[in-house]
Design a protein around this ligand. Structure first.
Ligand code: SAM
Length: 254
């Protein structure tokens, strides 16, 4: 019997432990470095990232956004990652990364003029979304630009096939991901057999959160983030991108 876990943080940890390339941490599939670069260059354009900015990238993947910020001469650029295993790999590239989850950011109030959170909230459990948006608002300076990308507007069913027998799973892995992935799974299964610990499969493809634009914009507004613009993501086209803004503090009426 194969138990399944949708704990995405554990999936990120496993990915880091077995990463062959830094880009594996972007979870965008093999040989998609160019796509990751283009997506982040577009985000930098959208938020108008410049040399006066202090950037925080929540769930910064392989650190592409941080390197773009460095190239643009941003004053500071901090990336957050779900696990220390990811942090250890990305830190080697010389960028400032720390471990932190979206609903409890290890950063002071009003430290960012730009906050980016791309391809992350869709894997955060729904009951942590309000806390995550309020944390984003807390670290954003008045007037800060906030980019939140790839929020599905449809509920997606987990596309990973279900396997009842280990041999089916192994056959599938060999066909789809090759010998290395097959061998890794054989080892995990053998370890589980030897230790008697349950064998848990983390598909890492199930989404926790989706929202129609009206609902997401209302959730952001509840944390005092104003909607500037919402548009459909290119690929997959079942997701939306949002540019939000933290309002300026109103001058006190005398
Ligand atoms: C799909 S990758 C997206 C990476 C990058 N933002 C990009 O667009 O290429 C998901 C990222 O979210 C991070 N992550 C996963 N769960 C998280 C959580 N609960 N809070 C913050 N970050 C999380 C992971 O460390 C990983 O870097």
């Amino acid at each position: 019997m194969i138990a399944r876990s949708d704990d995405y943080v554990e999936y990120c940890r496993e990915t880091a432990k077995h990463a062959r390339k830094l880009h594996d941490l972007a979870l965008r599939g093999r040989d998609n470095e160019k796509v990751t670069q283009i997506i982040h260059e577009r985000i930098a354009e959208t938020v108008g990232l410049n040399s006066n900015d202090d950037l925080v990238d929540i769930g910064c993947g392989d650190g592409t956004m941080l390197r773009i910020a460095q190239q643009r001469g941003a004053r500071s650029a901090i990336g957050l990652l779900a696990t220390e295993e990811e942090v250890a790999l990305v830190r080697r590239t010389g960028v400032d990364v720390r471990q932190g989850l979206s609903d409890l950011l290890p950063l002071p109030d009003a430290c960012a003029s730009v906050v980016v959170c791309n391809g992350v909230l869709l894997i955060v459990p729904r009951d942590r979304i309000h806390a995550s948006l309020c944390e984003i608002a807390r670290i954003a300076q008045p007037g800060a630009r906030v980019f939140i990308g790839e929020i599905p507007f449809l509920e997606l069913t987990d596309p990973t096939p279900q396997f009842d027998r280990p041999s089916e799973l192994l056959r599938h892995l060999y066909r789809k991901q090759g010998f290395r992935a097959w061998l890794g799974m054989v080892r995990r299964m053998a370890w589980s057999g030897l230790t008697g610990k349950p064998f848990v499969l983390s598909p890492g493809t199930a989404h926790s959160f989706f929202a129609q634009p009206e609902e997401f914009i209302a959730m952001a507004a509840a944390c005092r983030l104003e909607s500037v613009h919402c548009w459909q993501h290119d690929h997959p086209s079942t997701r939306n991108n949002y540019l939000l803004r933290k309002p300026m503090v109103k001058a006190e009426v005398a």
